[in-house]
Design a binder for this molecule. Structure first.
Ligand SMILES: Cc1cc2c(cc1C)N(C[C@H](O)[C@H](O)[C@H](O)COP(=O)(O)OP(=O)(O)OC[C@H]1O[C@@H](n3cnc4c(N)ncnc43)[C@H](O)[C@@H]1O)c1[nH]c(=O)[nH]c(=O)c1N2
Ligand SMILES: CCCCC(=O)C(=O)O
Ligand SMILES: [Mn+2]
Length: 494
């Protein structure tokens, strides 16, 4: 562990989050990575242009944290790339000088992925925001790394196509590749893994590759190793993704949303399993426990019954949807669930899903002034009730507030703990319960992260999940692609 790293660790353990935020600004004048010299900054300016480089405190702070509870760790310098050539030259420069290089998509990650724990250069790719191609008849498109999912969907509106992966946040599409994001539509449309056809990646030494071969954009391939999915979920530790070829889907002719509630978690999950067993192609099945519903009611002005609930969405043809909704209603009834509350017109539907996506902010409003501590485990769906029930017991015993929200059709759920950054006692309890919950999920054949990634918060869990040998193979792959260890160091593993 470097001297600088030890210093940081000691520093963070002694200071509150807000103190760290304040004090990290004081450090701003001194470079954290000693290799970021004025000469190095001048060379970066030569590559991307002076106006695309900043060492200003505000810019560095803004790039030193994401939407998670982790404190600010600003990079020494921020560079804005405008082309693959910029990215390639900056990577080579960082590699030659041993300077940490942290790709920045849109900063909406939830595991501290962009924190510059070891200083270095943050490469912001938001200016690379061209939609390069839409092949409507092939259901695919190619975008530059800075294009966000909402921008893409607005652009696609008249084509009858859309990109369905929806993590709620308006993240950059290549940032979504980097974290293997998914969200509410994954039960029907899959995650970034199933929807990425090819990636252009700049490696640490500046080489540019196309993971499936230049120009390839097929739905299937058996050609060699799956490099595309090596980079999906690599969290900026293997290279910078500069372009993505993505699958698109047809906008459904009809969409219906509904909510219903249940006497307990088990009946909500049983219903979900039975719905999936019947082969009903649900677009969304979201579980919200009674604490989340209460938070949603207060924050988003809904008047839902405060009980474990499902938010459902059906996509398809009008006639088919009638059959599907009828079957699901029957299954809900069989499991002692309530009548459906329908949201058929577009405003009602949008309001419902906005409330679901605003859950983070709704949960924080339960404790004004708090920050979110979010968790993310995924288990085989039959084990979902057990992990939720055991976690709820731990939450009750610890005396903390822990609203549960789940992409239940995928066996994936989150708890958003609202916590005051200065409340160390509660934070410790939350960390302990979260850690224990991840262990329970793994004991039940699950993973410590379904969609948010490892970042800095789950590095010790990764080795428990993958095993020493598995982790060693990951490290060997990293060493092969990034021998100087410049790519987002300190993320995914120590
Ligand atoms: C309110 C809210 C709600 C949700 C979520 C966030 C928020 C704020 N998320 C998290 C979401 O998945 C995450 O925000 C994006 O996947 C990350 O995209 P950014 O562009 O913001 O990456 P960001 O800039 O935060 O970076 C994330 C990581 O990817 C790396 N990276 C970014 N761009 C890169 C590039 N071009 N090349 C290489 N590495 C790159 C970074 O270095 C970092 O390690 C989520 N997620 C989810 O899966 N399901 C969900 O339901 C939700 N819900
Ligand atoms: C902490 C924000 C939450 C993210 C999320 O994954 C969801 O709402 O499903
Ligand atoms: Mn989620």
């Amino acid at each position: 562990m470097s001297c600088h790293h030890l210093m940081r660790r000691a520093f963070y353990s002694k200071h509150t989050f807000s103190q760290v935020k304040q004090l990290s600004r004081c450090w701003s004048s001194a470079a954290i990575s000693p290799k970021v010299t004025p000469g190095f900054v001048a060379e970066v300016k030569n590559i991307v242009g002076g106006s695309n480089v900043s060492t200003a405190d505000a810019v560095r702070d803004q790039h030193g944290h994401d939407e998670s509870y982790h404190g600010v760790e600003p990079p020494d310098v921020v560079a804005f790339a405008e082309s693959v050539d910029h990215v390639s030259q900056v990577a080579k420069l960082c590699n030659d000088n041993g300077v940490p290089l942290i790709p920045f998509g849109s900063g909406t990650g939830l595991e501290g992925g962009i924190n510059a724990s070891r200083g270095g250069l943050c490469l912001d790719v938001t200016k690379m925001n061209n939609i390069l191609a839409v092949n409507a008849e092939d259901f695919d498109c190619q975008v530059e790394c800075g294009v966000t999912r909402v921008t893409l969907n607005n652009y696609l509106r008249d084509t009858g196509l859309w990109f369905p992966i929806d993590p709620g946040a308006d993240a950059s599409l290549c940032g979504m590749c980097a974290t293997s994001a998914s969200g509410t539509n994954a039960v029907r449309y899959g995650t970034m893994r199933e929807n990425t056809l090819n990636l252009e990646v700049v490696l640490a030494d500046g080489r540019v590759i196309n993971t499936a071969g230049e120009g390839r954009r097929t739905k299937k391939t058996s050609a060699g190793y799956n490099l595309t999915n090596l980079f999906v979920g690599s969290e900026g530790t293997l290279g910078i993704i500069t372009k993505a070829s993505l699958r698109l889907s047809g906008i459904p002719e009809a969409t219906i949303s509904a909510t219903c509630h249940f006497p307990d978690v088990q009946s909500a999950v049983d219903t979900t399993v039975q719905v999936l067993q019947c082969g009903i192609p649900m677009a969304r099945i979201e579980f919200l426990d009674e604490v989340s519903i209460d938070a949603c009611n207060k924050y988003s002005h809904l008047d839902l019954t405060v009980a474990p609930s499902l938010f459902l969405e059906f996509h398809g043809f009008e006639a088919g949807l009638q059959e599907q909704t009828k079957t699901v209603e029957e299954l809900v009834k069989m499991n002692n669930g309530s009548e459906f509350r329908w949201a058929t017109d577009v405003d009602e539907r949008n309001h419902l899903w906005k409330a679901r996506h605003d859950i983070l902010y709704a949960c924080m409003a339960l404790r004004p002034g708090s920050k979110p501590y979010s968790t993310d485990v995924c288990v085989p769906i039959s084990n979902l009730p057990e992990v939720i029930v055991r976690t709820k017991e731990m939450i009750k015993e610890a005396g903390i507030i822990g609203p549960i929200v789940g992409h239940v059709g995928d066996g994936n759920f989150h708890i958003f703990y609202p916590v005051h950054p200065d409340d160390h006692e509660t934070l410790k309890k939350i960390k302990d319960v979260s850690y224990e919950m991840a262990l329970i999920a793994m004991e039940l054949n699950g993973t410590c992260t379904g969609e948010h990634g490892i970042g800095i918060g789950k590095r010790d869990l990764l080795v428990k999940e993958i095993g020493e040998e598995g982790l060693n193979v990951m490290k060997q792959i990293k060493a092969c692609l990034d021998p100087n260890g410049i790519m987002n160091p300190g993320k995914v593993f120590f």
